[in-house]
Design a protein around this ligand. Structure first.
Ligand SMILES: NC(=O)c1ccc[n+]([C@@H]2O[C@H](COP(=O)([O-])OP(=O)(O)OC[C@H]3O[C@@H](n4cnc5c(N)ncnc54)[C@H](O)[C@@H]3O)[C@@H](O)[C@H]2O)c1
Length: 327
């Protein structure tokens, strides 16, 4: 049972004032802004404090480490948070995200508490387990099923945001097998586990690569950006949490983590990163879509300096086809 206070009844959203004259653009500008001829200009969000006070945001992995810091940060900002975590951890919604039935339970539990309308979702719960099935269940299916199950509620709350806790493991783990992530994206978990290999945290890196690709593949779609939901990922480096403590205690992983460069001279505490999530959940970040925000104190930029950004290797003909024929 949850030890947290029962959810308050949601206040109706304040009516938006009419757009100022400068925003009542002509037909040409309207088409440019919406990308569709003759369609209405997309409603612009208001940035007033009263509007913020009634925001409702769900967070998985809310009872420990980074998720706890994000929840506390949002609570302090007056957001009503709905925490999701394993049974017995004291979250509002208790569910085991490693199992399909648990994921369904999590979605239903959140929907009941938010009246079918969410302003934000943080899909944050994650594990770095030896058992690839468990790692894939929480880090990939536990994210994707939550995103898909709560997408209609996010669309009802649009403009809204979904932020996934990925990891810089996607960029700085050597030899992560792309084919393993593809297999996971195809729902072939057994094959993904086989292809991932047995090096320390291989399944973890594969699960995070798959989820990063899922974000990139879906964020700009009609169902996400087109429905007013800004979907992004955050890729932290090492953060002092129980997950890191467990990895540090591992004979193989511990020395590798300790040897990682620290361009900032220190390892992040969960509170150091919570504000990044708060920003990505805010209306100020609405135009950030489909991005993986690396927040690892400089490890990725130090090691992969010239690998990004990559110029777009595309012929002019293919580009023009994309621009005019493929919407
Ligand atoms: N700590 C790091 O160094 C680090 C680095 C990069 C990314 N991350 C990512 O940050 C996220 C949060 O991790 P953390 O470091 O705060 O770890 P943590 O262990 O402190 O917290 C993880 C939370 O997820 C919950 N959880 C685990 N399995 C679950 C399940 N089956 N169902 C529901 N909830 C479950 C746990 O109960 C816990 O509350 C994870 O996605 C992790 O991969 C962590």
């Amino acid at each position: 049972m949850s030890t947290r206070a029962p959810a308050k009844t949601r206040k109706p959203r304040a009516a938006r004032p009419a757009a100022p004259a400068s925003r009542r653009a002509g037909a040409a500008a309207k088409t440019l802004r919406t990308g569709r001829k003759g369609s209405a200009v997309v409603a612009r969000p208001q940035a007033d404090a009263a509007h913020d006070a009634e925001r409702v945001i769900a967070i998985s992995g809310s009872q420990s480490g980074l998720g706890l810091a994000i929840r506390q940060r949002l609570d302090a900002a007056g957001v009503r948070t709905i925490g999701i975590d394993l049974p017995g951890k004291g979250a509002d919604v208790e569910a085991d995200l490693s199992r399909a039935a648990g994921r369904e339970q999590a979605v239903q539990g959140v929907l009941e508490r938010c009246d079918g309308r969410l302003d934000g979702l943080v899909a944050n719960a994650g594990v770095d387990a030896k058992d690839a099935k468990l790692t894939f269940g929480v880090n990939f299916h536990g994210v994707v099923d939550l995103l898909e199950g709560l997408r209609p509620a996010l669309a009802a709350g649009a403009p809204s945001a979904a932020v996934v806790t990925v990891s810089h493991a996607v960029m700085v783990t050597p030899g992560v097998r792309s084919a393993a992530a593809d297999a996971l994206l195809d729902g072939r978990d057994g094959r993904a586990a086989l292809l991932a290999g047995r090096t320390p945290s291989a399944a973890y890196a594969v699960s995070k690569l798959a989820v990063a690709r899922w974000i990139r593949a879906h964020a700009a779609n009609a169902q996400w950006a087109g429905a007013g939901i800004s979907l992004n990922g955050v890729c932290p480096g090492a953060i002092v949490t129980p997950l890191l403590e467990r990895d540090l205690a591992d004979k193989l992983k511990g020395p590798l983590i300790r040897a990682m460069p620290k361009p900032l001279g220190e390892i992040a505490e969960p509170e150091d990163l919570a504000g990044i999530f708060e920003f990505l959940l805010s209306r100020d970040a609405r135009f950030v879509v489909g991005q993986l925000l690396v927040s690892d104190g400089g490890v990725e930029s130090q090691w992969r300096q010239a690998d990004w950004p990559q110029p777009w290797d595309i012929s002019l003909a293919r580009f023009l086809f994309k621009l005019f024929a493929q919407r």
